[in-house]
Design a protein around this ligand. Sequence first.
Ligand code: NZQ
Ligand code: ZN
Length: 379
Amino acid sequence: MENFVAYNPTKLHFGKDVTDTLGKAIEKFGKRVLLVYGGGSIKNNGIYDKIISQLKSIDAGIFKYHGIKPNPVYEDVDVAAKLGRDNNVDVILAVGGGSVIDSAKIISITIPVENSSWDFYKGKTEPKSAIPLISVLTLAATGTEMNPFAVLQNDKTKQKLGWGNKLLFNKHSFLDPRFTFSVPYNQTAYGIVDLIAHCLEAYFGEGEATLSDRFVFSIIKEAIEYGPKLLDNPDNYELRAKIMYAATAALNGLTFNGRKSGDWGVHSIGHELSLLYDIPHGASLSIAYPAWMKYSSNIIPERVIELGKNIFNTDTTEKTISAFESFFKSLDCPVRCPEIGIGEDKKPEIIKNMTANNVSGANLKMTEEDHIKIVELFF
Ligand code: NZQ
Ligand code: ZN
């Protein structure tokens, strides 16, 4: 086992009606609130009204920034940060999925500086402080509610990058599984793929950590057992709760303890597909993971076999990969590019962008030759 430091200061409020105490939590940081949300789902499902009534209960001054896009772009973050800075906000309230919360994380560190938010991603500046951030999660998938990471996109430079800093932890995260009842079938399925992918990124990371491996197996088994049931029963509280907690546990540090790093190669590949063709994060992963595992099973066959043995009771790399692929297909998630409208003619473009962005894992390195082989497996 590798040395590790476990640090997670986010206070997680999980369950029915937890947002009843949202106002009180906000008030501790102040009353001038920057409310950040996405394209309007929270208005359709009634969450917005609940949030506003909490803010009114503390006489908050509300400054709104909405329209954060799925696969969020740094320009929105810059505009929202200016709004927050000009109005001297005390606290940020993010209400939404990973795209909204990731954007709010970067808004929180951009407000105190004059730089563009993208400068953090390019290492041009370091964050100095953060405006306190409180989130209400509406989609179970990314784990952003309890981790220090945020992913942003830059369409001009054709980059989608993940970045982490301890200042990005939420002060509080509120998770009411009923807030995810309205998540459509496809986004629910992508969330299940994403949480499994986070477990796998940990598992294929560097360093031997048997207990962390067992956490990985348990979380994936939870997703495989209850994910399909949830898709058949989207208004079932217990099933929503199980998947929501699994998604948080998949990327809050638990599965990484005792390792030097995760791998994250598949996420880097997936980000290229999202960036080039604007496809949802989970859909990029259901295509990229089987392809990457086929390519890596020549390098680390015993790791793939051990995974399969523990999850599916399989005994070969082929059977393990095929079991993952069948599971993703059973959720109606794409496992090949044409299923999501990306034709073979796009191969050179994908490879070119992967190579230009030095797509690689932290543990299993990839070169242009590997990019070519992996992209072949997308079709
Ligand atoms: O924009 P709105 O109207 O809110 O609609 C969203 C969006 O269209 C909708 N939605 C969210 N909650 C809903 C809902 N629709 C109905 N009912 C609800 N309760 O779902 C759509 C997708 O939302 P988005 O936030 O984009 O999805 P997700 O949570 O999967 O986040 C994806 C982003 O997170 C990044 C991804 O790369 C991607 O940019 N990730 C962040 C990570 C992190 N910070 O740790 C790790 C992940 O690996 C991932 O990379
Ligand atoms: Zn992910």
